[in-house]
Structures are given as C-alpha cells and as structure tokens.
Write a protein that binds this ligand. Structure first.
Ligand code: TGC
Ligand code: FAD
Length: 389
C-alpha cells in the first residue's frame, strides 16, 4: 500500500521549496511551537501582545526579512517571507500582523520611498526590533476609500504641520515611529513621525473581540510639526500607500493558511478521539466530508500562494493576483476555523482550543488590508474592464 499523504500538505508543496525556504519554515515553525503556542491563549484572554517575543523574532531575521543585508536585514526571497507569515499565523494572527506591519508597511516604504539617510537611520534598528513602526492610512470616516483622505500636512517654512486622525492602527501604542500618509498640496505624501513628537497621541482600542493579542490604536495629530527631512521623498499619490499594501497583502495570503492548518489539525485529532454513538466522530461521513473539504481548500490556498510568491520573486506579480489570493485564502481560513469550532462542540467555544481564537482573529484579517468586497471588486474590474468603485 502506498505511503499515506501528509494531511497538511496533500500535494507535497514542501518538495517545491528550496533547502533555504524549508529551513526558514522549520525555524519559524519551531519558534511557534515552543514559544508562541504555550502562551498565546492566555495572551488572547488577557488582550496582551507578547512584546517579550520581539527580540527573538528579530534575531531570526523575521523583521524586514526580504530587505537587503546592507541594511541589516536578512535578504530572503518572497516565498520565505510567505512561509514566515504562515508559520507565525499558525500561532496567532497577532504575531503575523506585528511582523507584516513592521516589515511590509513600515520598513518597506522607508526602503522603497525613503532617502539613503532614512534607510541607514531606521532599517537596521527596525530589523533588530529596537525601533517599532506603525502605518497610518485608515481614517475614522472610511478605510476602504483612502483617496478621500482628510488628514493634512501643510508646509510651514522647512517644516510640515500634520493635523487629523487615523483609526485601527496595528502597533499604534507600541510604535516609536509612525509612517503617516497625509494630503498635501501636491497630493498624498508619506511622513516618518516619531511618536514622541508634541501633538501626537496614540489611544489603544479596547473591547476588541478579534486580534486581542495585538495592539490596535487610534492616532491623533494636533499640529504635529516635523522637518521636511522626515518626508518620504520618492513617492507622491495614492500609489505610495497602495504599493505598501501590495507587499503586506502578499504576506497575508500565506498567513491564514497557517491559521487554517492549526484549526484543521486540532479538529482532525479531536474528531478521531471523540467517541459518539459508539464510534469516533471522524468515522461519520458527514464529518469526513467537512475534513476533506478543509484539506481541499488548504491545498488550493497553498498552491495559490506559492505560485504568487514565485511570480513575486520573478518580478511579475500583479496587484489583482494578490487581491484574488487574499480574498480566497482569508475566506478559506475563516470558513475552516468556524467549521472546526463546530466539530469541537461546546469545547470549541473556549480558548483552551484554538479554533475560536483563529475564527475571531480572521474576522479582522478578512477586513483589514482591503475588505473581502474590495478585493472582489478589484478582480471584477480586471475581468470586466469596468471600475465599480
Ligand atoms: P486608483 O486611484 O485607481 O490608483 C491610484 C494609484 O495607485 C496605483 N495602485 C496600486 N499600486 C500598487 N499596489 C496596488 N494594489 C495598487 N492599486 C492601485 C494605481 O496604479 C494608481 O497609480 P498612478 O500612478 O496612476 O497614480 O486606486 P484604485 O481604484 O486602484 O483603488 C481603489 C481601491 C478601493 C482598490 C483602494 O483604494 C483600496 O485598496 N482600498 C482599500 C484600502 C486598504 O486596503 N487599506 C488598508 C489599510 S492598512 C491595513 O489594513 C493594515 S492591517 C495590517 C496588519 O495588522 O497586518
Ligand atoms: P469601511 O470602509 O467603512 O467599509 C464598511 C463596509 O462597506 C465593508 O463591509 C466594506 O467591504 C463595504 N464596502 C466598502 N466599499 C464598498 C463598495 N464600493 N461596494 C460594496 N461594499 C463596500 N489600517 C491602517 O491604516 N493601518 C493598520 O495598521 C491597520 N490595522 C488594522 C488592524 C485591525 C485589527 C483592523 C480591524 C483594521 C486595521 N486597519 C488598519 C484598518 C483596515 O484597513 C480597515 O478596517 C479596512 O480597510 C476597512 O475600512 P473600514 O473599517 O473603515 O470599513
């Protein structure tokens, strides 16, 4: 009889990875198993982001992982970055969120749009986890339409004066610097705002039922004055922040695969051990159909993200492809998490098991970085040629 397939890798995706990619995945997987999983349920209960893990994540090269070594970063490829996101989110979306924001939304714009001084000043310290960043794009009146930006930056001599507010900002109360997008007379521009600048305030969002092991904040700017040297000089317009989102959304296509695998693994074990009507739960056709569906969905998502990563490494990835994969993989994961919660019965409603925590987290993941509807409309625009926004 042929050897049984790995239920978490039915199409042997591992064999498509390079030795280096496998090593990255194994290293982060070990970190998640040994350092994240033992504490993350309590962190979620206590609404606490485990800041004590930041130095370890930094020492593994997980912050700004794809940026060049000359700036103190690990110089990994896009597939390795994706695997990092997958393994972190197998622990919790909050850990992956932290790494996404630091890497793709803060270090990337400094690298892509910043001056050489910006890169030398910030990137090595951010890779070491000594300087934490947050990314302020969304505003309270509507995140899906960032073109309608009300936060302004007005030139005053050699300075800029920023006024306005940003909402739902990951890492807001942890951050030493905020990458802030503001409307100027020359269109939207990005600014590096040290969070100790007078007039800047970060206020943590409480009562969250999702991403509880992550810091989410509102940012308020009341005549925040910064020098022109803090402006990102190499981009103007909405394509600046949207370019960062493409990087982060790419990573997010991988992350929910990890969350789905965590839930699937837990429900698989549980359903084999739980005896109901004199047989294991997993012996029922109705349950096997659910588990088989999960394996199918996970396999499809893995293939989608791997191909996306190969396209990205070849410099060919298109934003519409990222939208399709973000939509598909978030939908796949949230459906799996909810079904796993159901398979666990009453036991599924506490954070002793991970399904409800992942399901709740994925409510944010399917909303941030472009809601499911936004990504559907991006794909709709591509296939019809008609802009429905
Ligand atoms: P449009 O006005 O047509 O385009 C403006 C310019 O941007 C370019 N562009 C892109 N560039 C790179 N990547 C993309 N994905 C891009 N999409 C557009 C475009 O070519 C154009 O350039 P140019 O040179 O002609 O000026 O804008 P649009 O119609 O394409 O955009 C509409 C829409 C709705 C898709 C966009 O506004 C959008 O994506 N809205 C959603 C906003 C969003 O995702 N916000 C996320 C905030 S950050 C966050 O949630 C972090 S959570 C992180 C965590 O905790 O993990
Ligand atoms: P809205 O834009 O008001 O959307 C409300 C509803 O309307 C949604 O269902 C949407 O799909 C729907 N909708 C919108 N347009 C259309 C349309 N044309 N047709 C049909 N339906 C439509 N932002 C940052 O800038 N930085 C961060 O670090 C960050 N971190 C976040 C962390 C968390 C935990 C969360 C929850 C959000 C975070 N966000 C961040 C914000 C996030 O990007 C926004 O929540 C998201 O873009 C949606 O914006 P909104 O919440 O204002 O919803």
């Amino acid at each position: 009889m042929a050897a049984r397939l790995d239920p978490f890798d039915l199409f042997d995706i591992r064999s498509l990875l390079t030795d280096e990619e496998r090593m990255v995945q194994d290293t982060v997987a070990r970190f998640t198993d040994e350092r994240v999983l033992p504490i993350i349920g309590d962190c979620f209960d206590q609404a606490r982001f485990p800041t004590e893990l930041i130095p370890e994540m930094a020492s593994m090269g997980l912050l700004g992982a794809t940026l060049p070594e000359e700036y103190g970063c690990a110089g990994m490829n896009a597939v390795s970055y994706g695997l990092i996101c997958q393994e972190l989110e197998r622990g919790d979306s909050g850990l992956r969120s932290f790494a996404s924001v630091q890497s793709s939304l803060c270090m990337y714009p400094i690298y892509a749009y910043g001056s050489e001084e910006h890169k030398r000043q910030y990137l090595p310290a951010m890779a070491r986890g000594e300087v934490i960043g947050c990314f302020g794009l969304t505003e309270p009146h509507g995140g899906s339409d960032p073109a309608n930006m009300k936060t302004t930056a007005k030139k005053d001599g050699g300075d800029w004066v920023i006024n306005g507010a940003k909402m739902w900002i990951t890492n807001g109360n942890l951050a030493h610097i905020a990458i802030v997008w503001a409307q100027t007379e020359e269109g939207i521009q990005g600014f590096i705002v040290p969070t100790d600048t007078p007039g800047f305030k970060a206020q943590e969002v409480h009562k969250k039922m999702s991403l509880r092991a992550s810091v989410t904040s509102g940012l308020f700017f009341d005549d925040v004055r910064i020098p022109d040297a803090n402006r990102l000089p190499n981009v103007k317009g909405l394509k600046g922040p949207l370019g960062c989102l493409t990087q982060a959304r790419y990573g997010i296509t991988w992350g929910p695969i990890g969350a789905a695998i965590a839930c699937f693994g837990e429900a698989l074990e549980y359903s084999k051990e739980r005896i109901l009507f004199n047989r294991p739960l997993a012996a029922n056709q109705a349950v096997q159909l659910k588990l088989a569906e999960m394996a199918r969905q996970i396999t499809s998502a893995q293939l989608l993200s791997l191909q996306l990563g190969r396209l990205k490494d070849a410099g060919k990835m298109q934003p519409t492809q990222v939208s399709l994969a973000k939509w598909n993989n978030c939908r796949m994961a949230i459906d799996i998490a909810r079904t796993c919660r159901d398979i666990l019965g009453g036991a599924g409603i506490t954070t002793e098991h991970s399904a409800i925590r992942h399901a709740l987290n994925l409510e944010s993941v399917i909303t941030y970085e472009g809601t499911e509807t936004v990504h559907q409309l991006v794909v709709g625009r591509e296939v019809t040629g008609i802009n429905a926004f």
